[in-house]
Design a binder for this molecule. Sequence first.
Ligand code: 13P
Ligand code: 13P
Ligand code: MG
Ligand code: MG
Ligand code: MG
Length: 377
Amino acid sequence: EKVTVSIIKADIGSICGHMTPHPSMMAKAKEILTDKQKQGIIEDFYVTRVGDDINLYMTHYKGEGNKEVHTAAWECFQEATKISKSMHLYAAGQDILTDAFSGNVKGAGPGSAEMTFEERPSEPLVFFMADKTEPSAYSPILTRIFLDPFTTTGLVIDKRAKMGFDVEIQDVMDHKKVVMSSPEETLSILSLLGDTSRYAIKRINSRAGLGPACVVSTDKLNMTAGRYVGKDDPVCICRAQSGFPSVGEYTQVFQNTWLVAGWMRGSHIGAFYPCSPEDSNPVYYDGPPRICALGFQLCEGHLQGLEPQGVKGGDHIPVDIFGNNTWDNVRANAIKASRLMRAQGPFQPSILGAEEMEYTSRPEVLEDLKKRFEPLD
Ligand code: 13P
Ligand code: 13P
Ligand code: MG
Ligand code: MG
Ligand code: MG
């Protein structure tokens, strides 16, 4: 029987602008999922957050896009939104874009990433979650991990990793996808992914028959809503070791200072700041974009962290991969790089190109100037 690992996440309001959900919202989600676990809808779960985004990690045997599982998450967000509204939190219900829930969060506002596979005898998982950025922020990182042998020695010395990976790329603007294979098509893959406003990695699969290696949430919120409703703040679930990149091969690339789109008003370029969920409040210019990495082992469909064996109900203690001083230099560099970008003010490349600006006053400015524009001599 194949296990499914799902993350469904949403920003449904936060304290002090776009900082952090209230603890009672997370407690409510935990209460609801405890119930869903008792009902046998999900096997196990963990509730966490990055910045203002509540993340529900769930394991189950119901497959991807399952109505009961998605409804469980939807209920958590509905109930937590009630709390958020009653407290007058900022942007309460931000990512809830419909009143008519159809049984799947796709197109309804929340983001989701799900993968289904045969659980191996030992199954290390790494959950990345980012705030104040977009799905394609993972593209340079995942290409370094899966396509570059100077990054991942496993691509050279692990015979199953050496068979390469299939990369599913989404065209997030035209709602199309294509699967390309590495290593043969590496350079063509990069020629698409370099355009981070259009292309993003959705999924990477083993070509050695191990199934999915990683999956990213790629829901384009603003395309769904037709107006600015915040960035998508993407998650990425990864399986590690033995034919996949090792945990360390996943984490190593975060020693690089990555520039990503998002940050203030979803309209700037800032540097990724790897940190613990506790340190994920976006305190500098609504950022810089935070990324957390939490590690678990899967054990017969359950999450095993540092808590005693058999603990259920979300009382897990994950390995907090970025929550230690190994990453202090990267955090310092991220602030330095972000300050450099801020020094450019409201000019590109500090702000995004016109099509990617999440909001702009330009249409009104142009409307006002309609009669004043004249032809060049
Ligand atoms: P160990 O010998 O510590 O298991 O390490 C193996 C490995 O693959 C590290 O990435
Ligand atoms: P979120 O997508 O995290 O809500 O950020 C919105 C924003 O505009 C921050 O400046
Ligand atoms: Mg927000
Ligand atoms: Mg957010
Ligand atoms: Mg958002």
